[in-house]
Design a protein around this ligand. Structure first.
Ligand SMILES: NC(=O)c1ccc[n+]([C@@H]2O[C@H](COP(=O)([O-])OP(=O)(O)OC[C@H]3O[C@@H](n4cnc5c(N)ncnc54)[C@H](O)[C@@H]3O)[C@@H](O)[C@H]2O)c1
Ligand SMILES: [Zn+2]
Ligand SMILES: [Zn+2]
Length: 375
């Protein structure tokens, strides 16, 4: 079939993207689903900072590519050997396609399955195929997905079915911002009621961590960002303390929190943010990093204090989630009004507005913009 898609031609073009146009909207060919694959009509796709990092060239990707890894849609065609899914089902996309039988999948950690990671380099679906073509040339997929388009052909393990009564424009951010932010609190940190934590970086991911900390019954929730408006929202949504990087120092935060927090989650994706997170972690505490910086960025710390303070530093990828287990749980929290992710929506955009949308994300003036490719 033919459809419209935003094709990323080059990484690293300067801003403003509205003028340099790293992506252009093209008529492309999408092949029908093969074995184990399905065709999904994209209802909504979020603009995540990881997509911005792809545009910036922080992490190399095969080009040309259609990016977009966070979204939801409706199944329109089902290929052979697709268990449990039928035409008309509503689905959330998952940006790590797991094999289901390796040591990590068997160990309950499909989020770090190596097969999902290899797709980033190959630009293929798990079948090894590329289903997208433009002017007769193959186009690369992004993490086995490619959601900045009207439709996507994906492997059935790249989606999780959801209740059809969940608005798809809200479900659109479940697969990345919500799983990553809330999962970092529920799964990676396993925050207990009465516990305390800080979130450093209050974007789409960090705000989900903050809302999850409220649900988990944290007694103290410290929000840290460079942006005053995001701190104001964080306070409205449950932060007990707010600190603005640049105005407040790490010493201020440590003083106000009796030497730092037991758990600090970094969701900004920069080394200065991780340094802040580590510096405001208490003795015996855990620094959990969910931000994704440039692929070559290095973080350093004092070895001796790591040991004598009994600190730990941990990564959190896709919120340590098992998507088939966690997406229904998170949807349940949303439906009961406990996880009001709709408040993170900063408006809808069309395919032609994508470059300008990423300018806004880079400026820090928005939380989650939702692409509606058919609008
Ligand atoms: N681990 C994962 O699985 C995963 C999944 C999705 C996104 N990410 C990464 O998480 C990060 C956040 O994504 P997002 O979409 O929420 O981004 P975003 O751009 O919406 O938010 C980032 C926030 O960090 C703040 N910030 C920047 N520098 C800071 C600093 N030095 N100290 C404190 N705050 C600072 C910004 O003001 C902004 O509010 C990105 O690096 C993204 O690539 C990771
Ligand atoms: Zn993302
Ligand atoms: Zn696996």
């Amino acid at each position: 079939m033919r459809m419209r898609a935003a094709v990323l031609h080059e990484q690293g073009r300067p801003r403003p993207y509205a003028e340099t146009c790293p992506m252009t909207v093209e008529e492309v060919e999408l092949d029908p689903p093969g074995v184990g694959e399905l065709l999904v009509e994209i209802a909504g796709a979020g603009l995540c900072h990881s997509d911005l990092s792809n545009i910036e060239g922080q992490r190399p990707r095969p080009l040309p590519i259609v990016i977009g890894h966070e979204g939801a849609g409706i199944v329109r065609e089902v290929g052979p050997e697709v268990p449990g899914l039928k035409v008309g089902d509503h689905v959330v996309f998952v940006f790590v396609n797991s094999c289901g039988h390796c040591r990590y999948c068997n160990g309950g950690r499909p989020n770090i399955c190596p097969s999902g990671f290899s797709l980033r380099a190959t630009g293929t679906l798990p079948s090894g195929s590329k289903r997208l073509r433009w002017n007769g040339q193959p186009i690369n997929h992004n993490s086995g997905l490619s959601l900045y388009a009207e439709y996507a052909v994906v492997n059935h393990r790249s989606v999780v079915k959801i209740d059809p009564d969940v608005p798809l424009e809200d479900a659109a951010i479940m697969g990345c911002a919500v799983m990553t932010g809330a999962g970092a609190v529920f799964n990676t940190a396993a925050l207990k009621p009465g516990g305390q934590l800080a979130v450093v970086g209050l974007g789409g991911v960090g705000m989900n961590a903050l809302m999850a900390a409220v649900i988990a019954g944290a007694e103290r929730i410290v929000a840290v960002d460079t942006n005053a408006e995001k701190l104001r929202l964080a306070q409205e949504w449950g932060a007990t303390d707010i600190f603005q990087v640049g105005r407040d120092s790490v010493a201020d935060i440590r003083d106000a929190t009796d030497g730092g927090l037991d758990i600090v989650i970094e969701t900004a994706g920069t080394i200065p943010a991780l340094e802040t997170a580590y510096a405001i972690t208490a003795r015996g505490g855990r620094t959990i990093s969910a931000g994704l910086p440039n692929v070559n960025s290095q973080f350093s710390y004092l070895h001796a204090s790591l040991v004598s303070d009994e600190r730990s530093i941990q990564g959190s990828y896709m919120g340590s989630c098992v998507p088939e287990r966690d997406i229904p749980r998170l949807v349940g929290l949303y439906k009961r009004g406990k996880l009001p992710i709709q408040r993170l929506r900063s408006g809808f955009i069309g395919l032609d507005d994508l470059n300008a949308g990423f300018d806004k994300l880079a400026e820090g003036s928005v939380l989650r913009q939702i692409l509606r490719p058919h609008a």
